[in-house]
Design a protein around this ligand. Sequence first.
Ligand code: NAP
Length: 450
Amino acid sequence: MVNWEYSESVESQEIVNIKDKYQNFINGKFQQPNSKKYINTISPSTEEVLSKIVISNEKDVDNAVQSAQLGFEKWSNTSPHERSKHLFKLARLIQERSREFAVLESMDGGKPIKESRDFDLPQVAANFFYFAGWADKIDLSWGAKSLKPHGVVGQIIPWNFPLLMLAWKVAPALSTGNTVVLKPAETTSLTALLFAELCEQAGLPDGVVNIITGDGTTGSLIVNHKDINKIAFTGSTQVGKLIQKSLAGRDVGLTLELGGKAANGSRLLLQESIHDEFVAKLEKRMQTLRVGNPLDKNTDIGAINSKEQLNKIEGLVNEGVSDGGKIFQTECELPGNGFWFKPTLFTDVQPSYSIAREEIFGPVLTTLTFRTPQEAVEIANNTEYGLSAGVWTEKGSKILWTADRLQAGVVWANTFNKFDPSSPFGGYKESGFGREGGRQGLLSYLKAES
Ligand code: NAP
């Protein structure tokens, strides 16, 4: 008899060599921290301790900033052609070691290997290739010598695309002659630390890339350091506002890439006439989603990044139910350890419910209905966010009509979450300002010669 039972296809962890403990990467070397404080970094799918990372204090931040200042003296005077060569080298090394990075990203962050391997890592390499190509063309494109780098850039990134957010930040900053002090999120620091090893391997001059780990306090120490020339932040709207307040009145450049609602594909607006048929098909498809081990190549939904994030999801979902939303959850079995949430769909939702308004970082979709295209646009724009949106229709003219009216930084047509380094990304309203990617992304790392 043929056995039709599912058998896992798990990516091997052997390719990854995780150290027991990581130091900060400052001035081209891993260095003992002044703080001497370490925390465990765990796998959210097993709760197993993977390693220990530093919680950097004021002195550690200061060391990193000083290193970046020294690095800037050399790097900003390095010929654009040489800078380009370094970035190409990093891009090629990322490609060579992409499986290692993908496995580590899935172990540390919980996202399915098919996402980290087939989306995140190719995008990371593509960003380095793209910005490597720009380094020696900036003068030609914007008028010779009229623009200069900011200097030392503090970069603070979140947990949802750890290495990709690093690439979005580091590649354009280096291409334009800046040096960086980067802090990854405390739950997903390991791929940034592996990237530091890559900088050593690529022979990047000392001080050009400095990576220090820590929590929100470390982030705010970077923001408030007196010698920082620009801050590039990706994260929540709440923290973005705090950063903007801290920098008020200071001559420090700022780009904020903040929260979104539709960007996660978490709010679906359906034409009322197709609602029932659509929801029936969607529920059927959701039942086939495979939830579990992020390293299994067939997994569709991995672990939730942290216990704290899981609590937030549970809180919002409970609120959705008590507000009156109708909930559907798949019948999948969840693993015993780790942080998990069943694929969830809400129908009968009003636009005022928090489940329809607040960002929810989990496998939870909310549906709302509309009768006319005008109403769809009104509901879509009735949010404080404006990061991205998608339109599905059989008519090209409807796509153009709707995209013209949506207040979102990116509008995808008959697809979703497609990225390209040449295409600028960023928000409207409380989703932030500044663009990353493309020529606009480069410009935010340059300022007019004074
Ligand atoms: P978060 O809490 O704002 O954290 C983001 C980063 O800021 C982390 O490194 C965090 O450190 C640090 N941080 C926390 N408090 C800080 C403070 N007071 N000063 C300076 N830094 C501080 O956001 P998250 O929940 O990790 O990330 C998810 C958010 O990112 C979502 O809102 C999502 O929409 C947004 N996002 C936006 C884009 C975009 O392109 N617009 C792209 C991806 C994600 P710790 O983690 O160590 O606490």
